[in-house]
Design a protein around this ligand. Structure first.
Ligand code: 4NP
Length: 154
């Protein structure tokens, strides 16, 4: 199972999603069977490390995401991955534009048991509190996503 997390810039939300999800996969002993990557629909941050605040929040929870580098979504990602997980509704629309519509394209907060919106809010223009909020959403959603994968639901 190969999962691709997708946001706009690939520096705030999706790198943190990749880190949080892989951390939970490792804790579950499933590293051999489940892999993950992240990308952005935009190209501004290709080659850049994650945002300092995403790195900081991840580190506080014992997760290193400093190795990641930004990349842009490409057409054949739909063939390379089993699931493309969009952070917000605009990301999903942009994925469909690039890759075509597919059942493989889902929203991260489809898996959030405490969902109050379908979008993972973009913390880019705010302060550190937004990054903590995003971490909580990603942690809850990643646990449920992994549970669904284990049950063969997605
Ligand atoms: P992300 O946040 O999509 O969560 O990585 C953003 C990062 C950069 C920009 C927008 C959103 N930007 O416009 O450069």
């Amino acid at each position: 199972m190969n999962i691709l997390f997708v946001c706009l810039g690939n520096i705030c939300r999706s790198p943190l999603a990749e880190g949080v999800f892989l951390h939970i996969v490792k804790e579950s002993g499933l590293t051999e069977r489940i892999t993950a990557d992240s990308c952005g629909t935009g190209s501004w941050h290709v080659g850049s490390p994650p945002h300092a605040d995403s790195q900081r929040v991840a580190r506080e929870f014992g997760i290193d995401i400093s190795y990641q580098r930004g990349r842009q979504l490409k057409k054949n990602d739909i063939d390379q991955f089993d699931l493309l997980v969009a952070m917000d509704s605009q990301n999903k629309k942009d994925i469909i534009k690039v890759c075509g519509n597919s059942k493989k394209i889902v929203m991260m907060r489809d898996f959030d048991p405490e969902r109050d919106s379908i979008d993972v809010p973009d913390p880019y223009y705010g302060g550190i509190d937004g990054f903590y909020e995003v971490y909580d959403i990603l942690d809850r959603s990643s646990k449920e996503l992994l549970a669904f994968i284990k049950k063969g639901i997605v």
